[in-house]
Design a protein around this ligand. Sequence first.
Ligand code: ADP
Ligand code: MG
Length: 330
Amino acid sequence: MSNTIISVKNLTKQYQAEQAGGIKNISFDIQRGDVVAIIGESGSGKSTLLKTIFGLLKTDSGDVFFEDKRVLGPDEQLIPGHKQMKMVTQDFSLNIYAKVYDNIASQLSNTDLKTKTEKTLAIMEHLRILHLQNKKIIELSGGEQQRVAIAKAMVSDTQVLLLDEPFSQVDALLKNQLRADIKRVASETGVTVILVSHDPADGLFLADQLLIIKDGELLQTGKPADIYQHPKHIYTAQILGNAVVLSREDAEKIGLKTALEFVVFYPEWAEINNSWNSRRFEVKDVYYKGFYDELLVERKGVNIRALQLNRGEHKKNDHVQLNISHFLEF
Ligand code: ADP
Ligand code: MG
């Protein structure tokens, strides 16, 4: 049995007919309960895609289905979207002088006050903001406000939650926590999450399904690990893993043969070792990366980046043996 909750079919939305911008002929399905990450550079069309899925933007062509029901556009109904879809934008739309509790509870009707209280407290617990319930929004950090905005969006039987750049307001440490919490809340509540980010690290870590968008087009969709290992475009390998891209001529100079135009590999596929088939490179620079070093190494005028897990082992001007375990051809 298919468990598709959202189906996007041939969506096209151009802001100005002749100019670039918008999205072009995008189709994909989303499975119930999945966390879906839409990754692409700034201006690639991520927010446009999210808004059209939600029903906020009139499309040029194509449709979005929530289960089997077509999502109506802004010209077809007064309140856009489907009532079980909620979107959290970067401005949060919270009442900043009201308390956290009241911001969230305001989404529920007063016909059953006991249920209203229970649901509000439950979602606050899921988002780990119970201790903030009596604070006003203006007293909160950006990361805390983000959690309140998500709780508010989720409290009223929401089945699909759309998040536009949810990690942009939080610092690195809180970002890790928020990422893990979104994943946890999705699995605890069964809500389907569609999030947009310009930072691939956000998507790779938590997504069940990844979409790579470039210039308004969907380049590839699938599981993060599959896309990472088998990118269909050089761009995808670059945005996901900062891949090394060599022309055929350069690749040949360091002993990699291809019949195609380009050789592409991730720095971690280039390992320093001394096996019989490894080749000598000179270390040109060492970049400190925390628990590992990235080495810029050179051979016959070809520069590549490789990982050094044993931090500090090789220094600038050292000669190292390098083995490129495998590579992709384009
Ligand atoms: P992203 O969210 O990936 O940064 P957007 O979907 O916001 O990208 O924008 C995609 C492209 O469409 C950009 O080139 C942007 O300038 C253009 N665009 C977005 N919104 C509008 C609009 N309301 N009118 C005209 N062009 C727009
Ligand atoms: Mg955007």
